[in-house]
Design a protein around this ligand. Structure first.
Ligand code: BGP
Length: 467
């Protein structure tokens, strides 16, 4: 049986510090935008806590203290890569200090050692919806150019510290979500009377420069490392074959692909001028910015794919943590959270991206968030998660047969974690159930679901055995 996937294909899972670690003030960690976020990043965050409110990310699933147990379970499934983020505010509690917090650096030293000891390469996100709160309060977050220097300093410290342990990096999680959830993606809280688009794209420009400078320093400090950029790229189809729907959908998709064009091709695309003009955006680009962006581009494209939606000309588009949200597609099933399940869409997206960029791709988020039930005997049957995964992996393999250069697949949320969009535990993704509910009640006990052994079998066969 000839393998579709290459022998060195990376199989694993992905989480984010803010959605799993908890310990939100432990060992000198500073506040970040998840600290006082009660309802999920779609609904923004507070700068000060509200009396009596439950903030789920403060404890999350206590991965900070339980990561040995969790990584042992990941090792049992045969993971050879594990994606998580470094919480910026563990390293620089305020974000604008000159010296890092040693206790924070030590935690990630121990975490990466544990991963490597259990056969997993760390795949590390430098900023996953985790901007330090002080940078929001004092500088207005990424609307200030000063954040470029703070971010590059943070990156240099962690590149230097972990250069022998971490060879796979990515900069900002789903940077294209600056257009839809700028609070989460870039710590942006809009000021009174401020132009939304001007602020969003100017902040994004600062992040483009910061990301390129981080890529430059990564290659200087860790010559054998790969560093990419990361995007939310669930897809959007025209609602009908009406030419207006088709053309308008190109525009919607370009709202996301603009970010990929800049960070992979190294310059603003030709259509950006008309897009910015239509939104009243006049970017302030300083001398040197464009040279930096074009000199230091992504080694690979990391992206999340959950679902697809459709767009009808003239209808407002929205988006959430899963990607664009338009009109429902009558041919697709829908989850209780309104996400439409589209495995062929993953093949379509992989081909779309590889045709456009011709750089290696990495699926760093894909998964099914839904309700799970613990039976009387403690078992958890999740055939729906197995079929979601089987269907998506089948299409992923078709894309590889189509010629796509794919580095790996990290399933989103291999153990239940707090959701980003709505701060829920009940929207469960995991192969491992975590005993905690939306109100924070529970023992945090971990319980394997049926899908645990299924994914283990898939990895052991390098994706051949999907029965
Ligand atoms: C992406 C984020 C992840 C993750 C995922 C699922 O936007 O990168 O942090 O949360 O979406 O979304 P949710 O947790 O809202 O179900």
């Amino acid at each position: 049986m000839t393998n579709t996937l290459p022998k060195n294909f990376l199989w694993g899972g992905a989480i984010a510090a803010n959605q799993a670690e908890g310990a939100y003030l432990a060992d000198g960690k500073g506040l970040d935008i998840a600290s006082y976020c009660a309802d999920g990043l779609r609904h923004g965050f507070e700068l000060k806590p509200t009396e009596g409110k439950h903030y789920p990310y403060q404890e999350a699933i206590d991965f900070y203290h339980r990561y040995q147990e969790d990584l042992k379970l990941m090792q049992e499934m045969g993971f050879n890569v594990f994606r998580t983020s470094i919480a910026w505010a563990r390293i620089f509690p305020l974000g604008d200090e000159l010296e890092p917090n040693e206790a924070g650096l030590k935690f990630y030293d121990d975490l990466f050692d544990e991963m490597i000891a259990r056969g997993m390469q760390p795949l590390i996100t430098l900023s996953h919806y985790e901007t330090p709160l002080h940078l929001v309060e004092k500088y207005g977050s990424w609307r200030s150019r000063e954040l470029i220097g703070f971010f590059v300093r943070y990156c240099e410290v962690v590149f230097e510290r972990y250069k022998h342990k971490v060879k796979l990096w990515m900069t900002f999680n789903e940077i294209n979500n600056m257009r839809r959830i700028p609070g989460g993606a870039g710590g942006i809280l809009l000021h009174e009377g401020e132009s939304f688009w001007q602020t969003i794209y100017q902040a994004s420009h600062h992040m483009f420069v910061a990301s390129s400078l981080a890529m430059k320093r990564c290659h200087e400090i860790i010559p054998d490392a790969k560093i990419g950029s990361m995007f939310s790229l669930s897809n959007v189809y025209p609602a009908t074959c009406k030419p207006d729907d088709v053309m308008s959908t190109v525009g919607v998709r370009r709202e996301s692909l603009l970010f990929v064009d800049v960070m992979v091709r190294g310059k603003y695309p030709a259509y950006a001028n008309r897009m910015f003009e239509s939104k009243g955006v006049r970017l302030e680009i300083l001398p040197g910015d464009e040279e930096i962006i074009s000199a230091y581009t992504s080694d690979y494209i990391a992206f999340s794919y959950y679902r697809s939606t459709t767009h009808e000309h003239g209808l407002a588009q929205n988006a959430d943590t899963g990607g664009e949200t338009g009109k429902d597609n009558p041919y697709l099933e829908t989850t209780p959270w309104g996400w439409q399940i589209d495995p062929v869409g993953l093949r379509y997206t992989l081909n779309e991206l590889y045709d456009r960029y011709q750089v290696p791709l990495f699926i760093v988020e894909n998964g099914l968030g839904t309700f799970d039930k613990v039976e009387e005997d403690g078992s958890i049957h999740d055939p729906y998660r197995i079929s979601y995964l089987r269907d998506h992996l089948e299409q992923m393999k078709e894309a590889v047969k189509d010629g796509v250069d794919l580095m790996g697949y990290t399933y989103w949320g291999p153990m239940d974690i707090v959701s980003a969009g709505t701060a829920e535990m009940e929207k469960r993704y995991g192969f491992v159930y975590v005993d905690k509910d939306n109100e924070g009640n529970g023992t945090l006990k971990r319980i394997k679901k049926d899908s645990f052994d299924w994914y283990k079998k898939v990895i052991a066969s390098n994706g051949e055995d999907l029965k």
